[in-house]
Design a protein around this ligand. Structure first.
Ligand SMILES: [Zn+2]
Length: 323
C-alpha cells in the first residue's frame, strides 16, 4: 500500500486518505508527527525491517513500546557473548545449531517506553550519537522526546546511557526526570578517570538524578529489580498493570540462546562473573515460574518473549503480542 509511484500522482490530501493515518504518520517528519498527534491517534502499526523500528503492545492499562536503537553488525559472537574459555567450541556449535554464524554477530539494542497513561518512562537511552536510532523510532511510534517524563537507566554502560544527551550539556529528553540505581550511579561517578559517556551523561547531570535502591518504585507500576553482576548495581525493571506483568531484563538477559541454555555461561563484559551467573539464574527462574513476559536489551529484535525451563537450564521463546 505504500507504493510511491501511486502516491506521486495524488494530491497530498488524497494520498493521506488513501494511505490511512498510521502510514501518513510514519511518513511525517518527527516535528510534524508531534503536531499531528494532537489531533490523530498515534501510529499503531509495527515497523518491520532490519534497521529496527518499534514494537508496541498493551500490558494491562499500560502501553509498552520496545524501541530499536538500531543494530550493530560485524565482529564475532565469541568470546564476548559466551566468554567461558573452556566452552568456546560448545558455544560455537550451539550458535550454528541455532542458525547463527559465530563469526558474524548482529547485536541489537532494545530500550523500552512504558506509557502508564500519566507517565512515559523510557528504560535506557541507547548509544546516542550518530549510531543511535532510538529517537527516530520514538517518533515513528508517535512520541516526541519532550513527551518522556522519566528516563530510567538500568546501568552505566555506554550503549544504555549514551542517549541521555545529544551533546555535552544538552539533554535529549528535556522534560524527563533522570532515575538510576544509587549503587550503580555511585560506582560510575566515583571512577578516577570516567569515560566520556559517563562524564557527559551521568556525572555532568548529577543534580538532576533521583537515585533509588532495590525493589523501589520508579513510578506507580514500575519497580527496580536487583540484577547485579553485569555491573555492580544494575537493575532490571518489573512492570505491572492490573493482573499483567513483565520484566525488562536489561543486560541480565545476556545472549538469547547461550545465556539460557548454559547455566555456567557468562559474558565477556560481565564485571563480576559469578554474581552475573547467579543473577541470570534467579531472574530466568522467576520468569519461568511466573510466566513473565521478558524483554532482553540485546536479544534478537524485538527481544520480547518468555522463558521456559529446559532440563537444568532455560529456553527463550519469542512472544507474539498485539496492541
Ligand atoms: Zn548493554
Amino acid at each position: 500500500m505504500n507504493d510511491s509511484s501511486h502516491r506521486k500522482d495524488l494530491p497530498r490530501r488524497d494520498a493521506l486518505k488513501l494511505l490511512g493515518t498510521a502510514a501518513a504518520l510514519g511518513a511525517a517528519s518527527p516535528l510534524a508527527l508531534g503536531q499531528a498527534q494532537q489531533a490523530a491517534p498515534a501510529a499503531t502499526g509495527n515497523t518491520p525491517g532490519n534497521a529496527g523500528g518499534f514494537y508496541k503492545f498493551k500490558l494491562g492499562d499500560f502501553t509498552v513500546t520496545v524501541l530499536s536503537d538500531g543494530q550493530a553488525t560485524g565482529g564475532t559472537a565469541l568470546p564476548n557473548w559466551g566468554a567461558n574459555p573452556d566452552r568456546q567450541d560448545v558455544y560455537a556449535q550451539t550458535l550454528r545449531d541455532n542458525f547463527l554464524d559465530p563469526a558474524n554477530f548482529t547485536n541489537n539494542f532494545n530500550p523500552m517506553l512504558v506509557d502508564t497513561g500519566t507517565q512515559r518512562v523510557l528504560i535506557d537511552t541507547g548509544r546516542g550519537g550518530e549510531q543511535g536510532q532510538l529517537t527516530a523510532n520514538l517518533a515513528r511510534a508517535g512520541y516526541r522526546p519532550q513527551d518522556v517524563t522519566v528516563v530510567f537507566l538500568t546501568h552505566g554502560h555506554g550503549d544504555h546511557i549514551g542517549g541521555v544527551t545529544t551533546a555535552p550539556g544538552t539533554l535529549r529528553y528535556p522534560n524527563a526526570r533522570l532515575v538510576m540505581g544509587e549503587a550503580e550511579f555511585g560506582y560510575w561517578a566515583s571512577q578516577a578517570q570516567p569515560n566520556a559517556a559517563v562524564q557527559n551523561n551521568l556525572i555532568a547531570n548529577r543534580a538532576r538524578f533521583t537515585l533509588l535502591g532495590e525493589n523501589a518504585e520508579i513510578v506507580p507500576g514500575l519497580t527496580t529489580v536487583p540484577a547485579y553482576g553485569h555491573t555492580p548495581g544494575q537493575f532490571a525493571v518489573l512492570v505491572r498493570s492490573g493482573q499483567s506483568q513483565m520484566m525488562h531484563l536489561a543486560d541480565a538477559g545476556g545472549h538469547y540462546i547461550l545465556s539460557l541454555q548454559y547455566p555456567e555461561q557468562y559474558l565477556g563484559f560481565d564485571m563480576d562473573k559469578p554474581t552475573a551467573v547467579a543473577t541470570r539464574a534467579r531472574l530466568f527462574d522467576r520468569a519461568a515460574t511466573d510466566r513473565l513476559m521478558v524483554v532482553g536489551y540485546h536479544f534478537a529484535w524485538p527481544g520480547v518473549g518468555y522463558v521456559r525451563r529446559a532440563g537444568n537450564a532455560y529456553q527463550y521463546v519469542p512472544g507474539f503480542v498485539q496492541l
